[in-house]
Design a protein around this ligand. Sequence first.
Ligand code: ZN
Length: 269
Amino acid sequence: MRGLRQRLEGRQIVRAVLHRADLRWPFPEGLAQRLTGARVESFRRRAKYILMRLDGGDSVLLHLGMSGRMVLGPAHPNDPILHEHMVLETDDGWRVGFVDPRRFGSVDLVATAAEDAHRLLAGLGPEPLEQGFSAAHLAASLVGRRTPLKSALLDQKIVAGLGNIYVCEALFRARLSPSRDAHTVAGARAARLVPAIKATLTEAIAAGGSSLRDYVQPSGELGYFQHAWKVYGRVGQACERCPGPPKCEGIGRIVQSGRSSFFCARTQK
Ligand SMILES: [Zn+2]
């Protein structure tokens, strides 16, 4: 969102092209017409959604899905990009393409004044970096939940915007097992977990920000960035907290609800 903001805020969209009728869901009626000529006023993020607010009172709701990314570059209309489904061209000669090979992404329109009533945003839990997300709030949300802690934290109704990587990293930081029953996280455990979530996200946003220093990498890509994770994707590697063999075997991996969880079995209980 920050990369898009740097490129698009204040710009007018002079041309909008859709290369298909849908992604995960059909594009809204008249999308290209409503984008054409609109000026981009501001951006907001809610959970994993990007909201691009236009001067006519519409917000464009964007979700990158599994594989979506934004590709920015100077307009060159004779150079099509594979899996590019939506293209916006700006009054200063740039183009923004929404590229999504697996097409789990989505684009919708919602009145800016009623963003939070959109079916995808209504019912979302608190933003993890806002004050309302506290240890007391989290503990209250987990009362009676007999699911694994990992699954509870991925539930967007409990806390919004956490994905698999961030949950793995935050649980490592908080020394809590992804398999622990969610309802057992209260008191001191919740008081460890909430700051761990906030710190994990804050560091990741800072790393994303530094990779966006010039807001467009040479490839023109925005979206996911490389980051040095402590446990995610590091099965079998040494854990930074542990002495190594024979006392511990490094980072382990289990599968929960079809997603990999990476953790240190020695220190995460
Ligand atoms: Zn360890």
